[in-house]
Each structure stands twice: as structure tokens, then as C-alpha cells.
Ligand binder design. Structure first.
Ligand code: GUN
Ligand code: ZN
Length: 481
């Protein structure tokens, strides 16, 4: 019954995989909608019909409910919810983070999750607020780690127990927690206590926390980002190697009349059109939806459909190798997301070793594209090229005959031997008219090449528009026009 995770396709640090627990299997990345047994605005059976393979519910709510506790213990969770896909249960830790205390223990909640037939159980970890002082983060992390050890001791290595990674905003604590959790043998690892970051658009710190945790975790662990449910940030999180999300947003937002899109949330009251292709939006006008007695449920169905659609798009883009393009697009929707994206790009050298070798395309989308993993990898590769005495770099000028090595300037990468110019990633790259940023990025690539070949004599063959820029950057090189 242990939790198994297989990776099928990769892009950046993102993966398309398969999570298996017993006879339940889901494709990842996946979104697990949060189901509150008391408020089933969309019935789990209906979710299954929308292609939803897994959901998450709260064991604490079940255990404290006169109606649901006995039913779940006698019939099992799947029967009670009417859902035979994968069901994960949370422990009550989230209630703990909101109310300050809960009336259960680590062993009690895990036993209860086992007894109601949950597929993935969560220990009673402590979701420390990210702004708590370091001493508090550290001492609460120790309690969480002790509870994870206790879970393994009591329930054994085969029990399908998640290993939440805490550690607040401290990179060293997150990384250490990740490493210890992988060493303990946990293969399903939620990154916890990020909800306060998400609620306040603190995406830069989110990126820092996730990347720190990932540094410690085994790359074979399935990673769940606890409480992340807005589709505008899924691509960014997947690019860092998050595989599972859970969302109550579809229902919470619907209650407030809010309409989710991949670019942010809109107020239904302000919409004159429904800009979406889901069944609800195509069978109602905006006015009909606003006036519908079933408005909350219809909005929740739309919110779920958009969220699931984004997950499918992400899985497709990983298979194609176009995840950078999708991250770039999504992160333009809000300046704080752009901060998160830029923080991710700052860490691209650490992501490069995980990235795949070939992709469907590299579309240049502005300055940020110069920092992509493909550019970093090319820079490493270029240093292995040995040039002879006289090297020509073509930048739109004529091609005279008397050179030993002929390369082409290929922004944003650098100078590429003509023999390699159609190989990945250059062969899949489309750039607009050369701008200064991509030109400077290519010049950095030329520097790396020259550093590895200090004795070669360089000549540029340039079209007139680039001559001054080349002379300014490489004053000792020959330039022919
Ligand atoms: N839900 C949102 N964040 C958390 C967390 O850190 N731990 C648990 N158990 N549930 C959560
Ligand atoms: Zn819709």
C-alpha cells in the first residue's frame, strides 16, 4: 500500500507522472479539489464525471461530525463521499494553524484516517506561520519531524503517509527538513504553511521556500503544494517540481461570486461576457448566470473546469517541452507573479541539470527568455568547443572563404558552429528582430567561447546595424561589413 510515484516526462523541473496507492492511480500534475462533507457544493460523483481522479477531504471534520464519523468508520470514506478515485485526508493541522489548537493527537488522527479507508494520510504537522521568529519555526519543525518519525514507527514503512515539509521562510530549515523527510523514506511530500504566502501574493518568497525544500527532497518524491489552488500559479509551481495541488478556491470563490480565470479572479457582478469555453459559460449569458438561483453551484463548476483545464494544459506543455513559454505567459498576469518568475529564473542554473535535452520550441518572449535553462546549458556546452587559429562569427554579413572555423551569432545563446545551428535548442528557436538584451546575452556566450579558446583570432562579419555594438563589446576583434 505504499505510495509510488513514476515520472514519465520532464520539462524544467516539472514532471508528468503517475501516482499510485494500492489500486488507485492518478496522473500528475493533478489538482485534488477540497471536499467539505458538510458543504458539497459539487458532489464528488459529479467531479469524477468531470475527469477528476483524486480529491482531498479533512479527517478532522469527519472525526468531529456526529453524522459523518460513524458512517465513515462503518462504510468507508469512498462510499460516504460517493467517489471511488484517490482520496487524501488532511489531519486537522490546517484547523490548528487557524484556531491555535485541535482536539486530537498525531496517532489518533492517523489511526482514524486509516480506519475510514483514506488513500493518503497526513500526520499532525505544525504549519508554522512564515513570519514567526526563527526560534519558533525551528522548535515547531522539530515537533513536526518527531511526529513524522512517530508515524513511521507506529504504522510502518508501507503505510501511505505523507511527509509534510515545514521550515517557514528559512532556506536552510526547509532544505534540512526535505532531506530528513526523504531519508525517513517518505515518497509523498507536501510543502506546508505556504497559504499565508499565497494569500498575500508573496510569490517570490514562495519560490524561495519551494526551491529550498526541493533541494533537500529526493527528486523521486511526489511533491504536493499544500493549499495552492489558484490556476494562475500552477505553471510556476510545476516548473519548480510541484506535482499535486489542492483547492478549496473553486468553492470559496464561488460563494463570494468570484469567477476564476488563469489570469486572475474576476467578479461575476462586473462581467458582461463569460470568457470561457466550459459547459456553464457556453450555456449561460453573463446576465443569466448572475440571476440564476443556482449561481453559486454553477460558478463552482466553472471554477473547477478552468482549474482542471489548466492542469491538462500544463501536462501537455511538459510533454511538448513548452513549459517555459507557459510560465512566462501566466506570470505576466500579475506583477507579484512576475517577481516569482524572476526569482525562478535567478535559480535557473540549479534547475538546468533537471531540464530535458530537446524541446518542441524556444519562443523568445522578452528579456526573461535570456535566463532560461537552455541558454545556461548552451553556455556550458560551448566551452567544450575547440577553435583553431582563425574564427569567423557571422552576424548578418558576407561569408568570406579563408577561415578555419565558421560560427553564427544566435541570440540569445551565443556563437554556434554552423554545423550545429539546426541542433537543439537553436533549431527550435524563434526570435523577433534582435534587441539589445538578446544581443548582449549572445555576446556573453561569445565571451564564454573566447575564454575557452584564448588563442583564436576572431573576425565578425556583420550587417551595418550591428557593427557599432560589436566594436563596443569586442574592441580587439576584426569586423568586416
Ligand atoms: N493545509 C494547508 N497548509 C497545510 C500544512 O502546512 N499542513 C497540513 N497538514 N495541511 C495544510
Ligand atoms: Zn466557464
Amino acid at each position: 500500500m505504499s505510495i509510488q510515484f513514476e515520472v514519465m516526462h520532464k520539462d524544467i523541473a516539472g514532471r508528468v507522472g503517475r501516482l499510485t496507492v494500492g489500486d488507485k492511480r492518478i496522473r500528475t500534475p493533478a489538482l485534488l479539489p477540497v471536499v467539505n462533507p458538510h458543504i458539497q457544493i459539487v458532489a464528488p460523483g459529479e467531479m469524477a464525471a468531470m475527469g477528476i481522479e483524486g480529491l482531498i477531504t479533512n479527517a478532522y471534520i469527519f472525526s468531529k461530525s456526529a453524522d459523518f464519523r460513524d458512517a465513515a468508520l462503518s462504510q468507508g470514506l469512498h462510499k460516504v463521499l460517493g467517489f471511488d478515485g484517490l482520496i487524501m485526508t488532511d489531519s486537522g493541522s490546517f484547523q490548528l494553524s487557524i484556531y491555535g489548537s485541535v482536539d486530537t493527537t498525531n496517532e489518533t488522527t492517523l489511526s482514524f484516517q486509516r480506519d475510514i479507508g483514506s488513500d493518503i494520510w497526513v500526520p499532525l504537522d505544525l504549519p508554522t506561520h512564515p513570519d514567526a521568529p526563527r526560534e519558533v519555526v525551528e522548535s515547531e519543525l522539530e515537533i513536526t519531524m518527531n511526529r513524522l518519525r512517530e508515524a513511521k514507527e507506529i504504522f510502518g514503512d508501507e503505510a501511505p503517509i505523507a511527509g509534510p515539509v515545514q521550515g517557514g521562510l528559512h532556506p536552510d530549515l526547509r532544505e534540512r527538513a526535505g532531506r530528513e523527510i526523504s531519508d525517513l523514506g517518505f515518497s509523498f511530500c507536501p510543502i506546508g504553511a505556504v497559504v499565508p504566502l499565497l494569500e498575500n501574493y508573496r510569490y517570490k518568497e514562495l519560490v524561495g521556500s519551494v526551491l529550498s525544500a526541493k533541494r533537500g527532497l529526493s527528486s523521486s518524491a511526489c511533491v504536493h503544494l499544500f493549499g495552492a489552488g489558484h490556476p494562475s500559479m500552477f505553471a510556476l509551481a510545476v516548473a519548480m517540481g510541484c506535482d499535486i495541488f489542492d483547492s478549496a478556491a473553486y468553492a470559496l470563490y464561488a460563494r463570494e461570486g468570484r469567477y476564476i480565470t488563469t489570469a486572475g479572479t474576476l467578479k461575476l457582478a462586473e462581467l458582461s461576457e463569460l470568457p470561457c469555453s466550459c459547459a456553464v459559460c457556453r450555456s449561460h449569458t453573463a446576465e443569466e448566470l448572475k440571476g440564476s438561483p443556482d449561481k453559486e453551484r454553477l460558478l463552482a463548476l466553472h471554477n473547477l473546469a478552468v482549474t482542471q483545464g489548466e492542469i491538462a494544459r500544463i501536462r501537455l506543455s511538459i510533454q511538448e517541452g513548452t513549459l517555459w513559454e507557459l510560465v512566462d505567459e501566466r506570470c505576466r498576469a500579475h506583477p507579484r507573479l512576475l517577481d516569482g518568475y524572476r526569482e525562478l529564473l535567478k535559480n535557473a542554473p540549479a534547475l538546468e541539470p533537471f531540464d530535458r535535452a530537446t524541446k518542441r520550441r524556444f519562443f523568445y518572449r522578452g528579456d526573461e527568455s535570456c535566463k532560461r535553462t537552455e541558454v545556461i546549458r548552451f553556455r556550458k556546452m560551448i566551452q567544450r568547443i575547440h577553435l583553431t587559429d582563425r574564427t569567423l562569427i557571422l552576424c548578418g554579413g558576407p561569408q568570406p572563404g579563408e577561415f578555419d572555423d565558421i560560427l553564427e551569432l544566435r541570440p540569445p545563446f551565443g556563437a554556434v558552429p554552423v554545423e550545429l545551428s539546426e541542433t537543439a535548442p537553436m533549431g527550435q528557436t524563434e526570435v523577433p528582430a534582435w534587441d539589445d538584451t538578446m544581443l548582449n546575452s549572445a555576446f556573453d556566450g561569445v565571451d564564454a567561447l573566447l575564454m575557452a579558446n584564448p588563442d583564436t583570432e576572431i573576425t565578425f562579419s556583420a550587417s551595418p546595424e550591428f557593427v557599432e555594438k560589436i566594436r563596443a563589446r569586442f574592441p580587439s576583434a576584426q569586423v568586416i561589413v
